[in-house]
Design a protein. Sequence first.
Length: 94
Amino acid sequence: MNKVLNSTRIVQFLILGAGSDTIYWRLNLSKKRPDIKWFEIDFEKNLNYKQSVLEKEYGKSEGYFPVPADLRNIPEMEKKLIAKGFDLQKPTFV
């Protein structure tokens, strides 16, 4: 992961089924790599809880984009990602 994070070529991360993963926050990526857009997909309830807890601890981040979506519905998920600013043409780490 560090090798990917140190590459300036990758500017988007897409985390599928993010659950309670906190790597974006623990590695302080909003400060270390403010050019990165970090998209997390999971069920809305999971993302809402996680975001509220982490924002209390770390504050809000301009580069963090929770996307409430069901991975079983790819067309809907894609629309939601694009609405949040995901660029299908940019190099992305999944």
